[in-house]
Design a protein around this ligand. Sequence first.
Ligand SMILES: Nc1nc2c(ncn2[C@@H]2O[C@H](COP(=O)(O)OP(=O)(O)OP(=O)(O)O)[C@@H](O)[C@H]2O)c(=O)[nH]1
Ligand SMILES: [Mg+2]
Length: 295
Amino acid sequence: MEESTFKAGFVSIVGKPNVGKSSLMNKLVGESLSIITPKAQTTRHRIMGMLNGENYQIVYSDTPGILEPKYDLHNAMMNFVKVSLEDADLILLVVELGEKYEAALFDRFQHITTPILLIINKIDLGKGSQVEDKITYWKENLKNIKQIVTVSAHTGENLTTLFNTILEMMPVHPPFFPKDEFTDRPERFFAAEIVREKIFLNYDQEIPYSTEVSISEFKEEEKIIRIRAEIYVERNSQKGIIIGKAGSMLKKVGMDARKDLEVFFNKQVFLETHVKVADNWRKQKNKLRQFGYLE
Ligand SMILES: Nc1nc2c(ncn2[C@@H]2O[C@H](COP(=O)(O)OP(=O)(O)OP(=O)(O)O)[C@@H](O)[C@H]2O)c(=O)[nH]1
Ligand SMILES: [Mg+2]
């Protein structure tokens, strides 16, 4: 392929929490890079996933769901969204089927000059004329969009059409990253995210939101990877909840995580977990810096 026809660009996936941004990125990239849970605010970082073809490189960015910030962690998350929008050659604005126009969220997209594709996700849940009705609804409410694409990140419906539309809109440009790379994140990041996903899935109420995971050791040996994960909670009283009766809950998290870690790294994993307290870490700049949310 001649250099002059190579296409490469940045595609930012944005939208409200829980609409399926991470599910969509994983499907578009073909790798389980981003963690997915039924709870809102699962994603806290900008995570890049590259799709490399013979004559293209698409650099997707999964981002945290857009919300009204309530504490410093939220501010950091919204800054990831902002920076990702600034870098974008194309924006995938994702809404879920039942969603309505909210000025606080969508007004910012009414005047952006970067091209926007509106993605209506979760169409597998649609009944009767619901999907058609929603297309009409969004055309009326959001004028500044190039096209609407309806998909299901869950079943994969229409994802080929979406991919073709994205590729069509990519600028002619040489690749931004080496062609064998598929993410900007190191192995430790994915290890921490997999443990965090299991915490989102195994605990309720404030626990998932109060928890952060940090990898203090990642040693790859010939046959096994040894990982030490520190699980931080905000208050001492939350330690007991994480650990559970006779350590039962933490044991389950560890087992669930190890299974996925072994699939992700395609190798046997030994996982050690430790629960610690980082007082009010979501509201403390120094701790947010330590955990990689701030420069
Ligand atoms: N039925 C259905 N469920 C979906 C679809 N896409 C995602 N989901 C589910 O929606 C929930 C949220 O998915 P995520 O991909 O984590 O959503 P997100 O937008 O990344 O969420 P945040 O990271 O919290 O902003 C999960 O339970 C997914 O399984 C879809 O096309 N159909
Ligand atoms: Mg997400």
